[in-house]
Design a protein around this ligand. Structure first.
Ligand SMILES: NC(=O)c1ccc[n+]([C@@H]2O[C@H](COP(=O)([O-])OP(=O)(O)OC[C@H]3O[C@@H](n4cnc5c(N)ncnc54)[C@H](OP(=O)(O)O)[C@@H]3O)[C@@H](O)[C@H]2O)c1
Length: 256
């Protein structure tokens, strides 16, 4: 049995990824920031299905908390699973775009960069001693890094640039961590029905048919669509894949 750590698993894609790894038999450490109830629901769902999970609080936008978070991870690994290593890491936690370029203040820019890029960079660095040799990392990027999305939340320049940075970081980490046989990949979800950007998909429901019509498979993504791919990349089926970004979007903005 392996142990998967998923950031931002109190809802959406993170929760679906945590559940998918638990279904494959992994123990799961999942994190939340503000939504403790959501994290507890995710833990309960995993336990109900016969798995083991623990929820820890983590703000990926505040790297000063990372050393104490890593200590908590070590304590949890020891007390719950009697081990000192995780075997999978999913850097998923994120916030939506929602700001046009001309309106992006330095403060908003810093918030996005801290959560979406800086956090991924330094959390992964801090977790290196806890990652087992031969383990796997999946970073959650976005299709917006490659194709301009239909504007659901009000502008994506800083958001999409951070996701592009995550894709580039993924490739470089794959090279630098290969001496420990650690595989590093990213997934780029297309529009996926979660609570991102203050429930934008529900608030802007009139845009959903347009999003679906721009998707070859004709619907919005479900978090489980993404969780399934994350699980493949983390598991034995993905053992020969590293340094790649896989778009998981049902063919968003591809020929339609
Ligand atoms: N949904 C889409 O269409 C879409 C498309 C492409 C990429 N993505 C990416 O997918 C990832 C997951 O998003 P989602 O769509 O599943 O949205 P979601 O349901 O809103 O989930 C976001 C998760 O990130 C956590 N989070 C937010 N800010 C955080 C912070 N500062 N520190 C730690 N955790 C934080 C949230 O925790 P709390 O709620 O507990 O605060 C929540 O668990 C994000 O990286 C997002 O950019 C989503």
């Amino acid at each position: 049995m392996g142990i998967t750590l998923v950031t931002g698993a109190s809802s959406g894609i993170g929760r679906a990824s945590a559940l998918a790894m638990a279904e494959r038999g992994d123990g799961v450490i999942l994190t939340y920031n503000g939504n403790k109830d959501g994290a507890e629901e995710a833990v309960a769902a995993i336990r109900q299905a016969g798995g083991t999970a623990v929820a820890l609080r983590l703000d990926v936008g505040d790297s000063s908390t990372f050393p104490s978070f890593v200590d908590e991870v070590r304590d949890t690994l020891e007390s719950v699973w009697q081990t000192d290593r995780i075997t999978s890491l999913v850097n998923n936690a994120g916030i939506g775009g929602g700001t046009k370029f001309a309106d992006t203040t330095e403060e908003r820019f810093d918030d996005l960069v801290n959560v979406l890029f800086r956090g991924v960079f330094f959390l992964t660095q801090r977790l290196l001693p806890v990652l087992a040799d031969g383990s796997a990392i999946v970073n959650v990027a976005s299709s917006s890094a490659r194709s301009n999305p239909i504007d659901l939340a009000g502008g994506y320049s800083a958001y999409a640039a951070c996701k592009g940075a995550v894709i580039v970081l993924t490739r470089h980490l794959a090279v630098e961590l290969s001496d420990r046989r650690i595989r590093v990949n990213s997934v780029s979800p297309g529009p996926t029905h979660t609570s991102i950007s203050g429930n934008a998909f529900d608030k802007m429901a009139h845009l959903v048919p347009e999003l679906a019509s721009k998707t070859l498979l004709g619907r919005l993504g479900d978090p489980r669509d993404i969780g399934a791919m994350v699980a493949v990349l983390l598991s034995e089926e993905g053992q020969w894949i590293t340094g790649q970004d896989i778009e998981v979007s049902g063919g968003y903005r591809l020929g339609v």
